[in-house]
Design a binder for this molecule. Structure first.
Ligand code: MG
Length: 377
């Protein structure tokens, strides 16, 4: 028989604590306390720039080390805090080195920062094996796939059906897409997310990154990962087995659910975040439009080429999105910029951290160069 509380108390670090994933994580922790449980001790909270928000959290979690990451010191703080589990909710490539620091500190990694896997997957996995720590995907789709493969057997899986909301511009024409602004894109229908991932959702670069993430996390070739547009974001992904059966994971679109799952893995705990209501539920599925959203086929190309190409796809996209926010590039320039940077020759051999960070920097420089040379064209 199991003890009434099977979870040893765990020291937890929340990176990007004032962002969207961080807020959801802290909500999961608060609910845990409200339920009269005491499963987690918050030992570190970081924010890149939100000093005020961080200080407020410091009052609520007085034992946590607080790090304002733009001033540096996050890597050292992770080593000092020695968390048992680290939730990495940092946006973009900036999340890679903190992930590495967490693994080095012997911490399990609840990973919402998909760039860690996209840029450095193979390296991260070998480090995790060496340090005997777990990588637990928090991205809702990958959390779903992770659990489906666990439940039904990885060896019996034929393909992954990765669902995508399709973003706010799913129904716009190519011409209309050319005219959208950052403000238009920041009104996303189902998930409330940070600005960078919102643009990525609109361009489907987010789904592209998730395809690469799935290739690397689940060791599946890109052609066995199919993107299915599903605007309601209730089916978080599906797995088709060799015998033809398709298993899906459904729940309300609420990031607290996959975070809750990752924090308690491999056990489960009751979730207080509501249940899916089937009384009025419509589920639609359609094929993604690759002509309107070229970031998707470009991601497949990067995944097929492997090596540094996924890292370069990400770096070029981040630079392109920055330029879009700064009104130096249009919405449809984003895939043009990424295509240009991917057309250069990149290493496909075994990766080390130095070459990954160098490729990331070069991809951004090439993107900026392209933007400067093509302004107003
Ligand atoms: Mg996702």
């Amino acid at each position: 028989m199991k003890k009434s509380n099977p979870f040893p108390r765990r020291r937890i670090a929340v990176l990007g604590a004032t962002g969207s994933i961080g807020k959801s994580t802290l909500d999961v922790l608060r609910q845990n306390t409200l339920a009269g449980r005491d499963d987690f001790e918050v030992v570190l909270l970081s924010s890149y720039t939100d000093q005020e928000g961080l200080l407020r959290l410091g009052e609520e979690f007085p034992d946590a080390i607080l790090v304002l990451a733009k001033k540096g010191g996050l890597i050292e703080a992770i080593a000092e805090a020695k968390p048992d589990i680290t939730v990495n909710g940092i946006a973009g490539a900036a999340g890679l080195e903190p992930s590495v620091a967490a693994i080095r500190a012997g911490s399990d990694l609840a990973l919402a920062n998909k760039e860690t896997i996209v840029m450095a997957g193979p390296l991260i996995f070998s480090m995790a094996v060496e340090k005997k720590v777990r990588i637990l995907p928090v991205d809702s789709e990958h959390s779903a796939i992770f659990n489906l493969l666990k439940a039904h057997g990885r060896d019996n899986a034929e393909e992954i059906l990765l669902t995508a909301s399709g973003g706010p511009f799913r129904k716009l024409s190519l011409k209309e897409l050319g005219a959208v602004t950052a403000k238009d894109a920041l009104a996303h229908p189902t998930w409330k997310m940070g600005p960078k991932i919102t643009i990525d959702s609109a361009s489907m670069a987010n789904k592209g990154l998730e395809v690469i993430e799935a290739v690397r996390l689940f060791d599946m070739p890109p052609e066995k990962i199919k993107v299915v547009v599903h605007p309601q974001s209730v089916v978080h992904s599906m797995v088709r087995m060799k015998d033809g059966a398709v298993y899906a994971q459904l729940s309300r679109p609420d990031m607290r659910l996959p975070i809750h799952e990752a924090l308690f893995w491999p056990e489960t705990a009751p979730s207080p975040f509501g249940v899916l209501n089937f009384d009025a539920l419509t589920l639609e599925f359609e094929k993604p439009d690759e002509e309107k959203f070229p970031m998707l086929p470009l991601a497949y190309e990067a995944a097929r080429l492997g090596g540094l190409y996924p890292c370069v796809y990400n770096g070029a996209n981040e630079a392109a999105v920055e330029a879009f926010f700064a009104e130096k590039a249009g919405f449809l320039d984003i895939p043009r910029i990424v295509e240009y940077v991917l057309s250069k020759r990149w290493n496909t051999d075994t990766l080390d951290m130095g070459s990954i960070l160098e490729a990331d920097r070069m991809a951004r420089d090439l993107a900026k160069e392209f933007i400067e040379n093509n302004r107003g064209k």
